[in-house]
Write a protein that binds this ligand. Sequence first.
Ligand code: 8X3
Length: 248
Amino acid sequence: MTGKRHKTAVVTGASSGIGAATAIRLAAEGFHVVLGARRVDRLEDLVQRCGGQALFLDVTDGESVARFAGAVEGVDVLVNNTGMAAGLTPVSELSEDAATTMWETNVMGLLRVTQALLGRIEASGEGHVVNVGSTAGFETYPGGGGYTASKHAVRAITQTLRKELLGKPVRITEIAPGLVETEFSMVRFGGDRRRADKVYEGITPLTAEDVADCIVWAVTRPPHVNVDEIVVRPLAQATATMVAREES
Ligand code: 8X3
């Protein structure tokens, strides 16, 4: 290992779920991990386990993103993982507040962090941007209007970036998971445990580690290999609404 530089991976939304699992896996692969999220106490617990740096990051706040980016030195890999859904409401009733929160977090947040770090990612000579999208980025389902719109936008930004950066040393990957059991549904349903549990009832959903596995696989391919996208679902899920649930 003498003389070999540790690459740096920035992971947003690293305080739980897919972000935390990805941070642990990337650290195990030898990356120096820089972890961003609003819940810094959780990040600090994570740093105890996998090393690296814990930094406050609110992707909806431009000044927070600027401060975060200012505290990061070199960046090789950026995993844009921060994302959330607010409710499951028909478009006719979707509140401006819920729609704006999803848009600000999932789309503008990803854009802000990417813009703040892209120059350094490119300068690393072997850069990689991994955007955690969703199957909701190319499918729709009733009640998902606000969330699916935001994840379609993530997909559009990802594909555009790949074209704009063609010829530059920056790989661009989208990871699009289906049903993953994390805090996602608890957040979506405002802490309603019963509704959250129903989402995963009668199936074996993906775990955060399953998705981290996909992210780390894409990141650890040789630098000339660009994994454009990985769509990953539980075996029991064919589409957003076609799910084979076992009777309990
Ligand atoms: C989460 C997948 O089906 O709940 O990104 O929209 S879904």
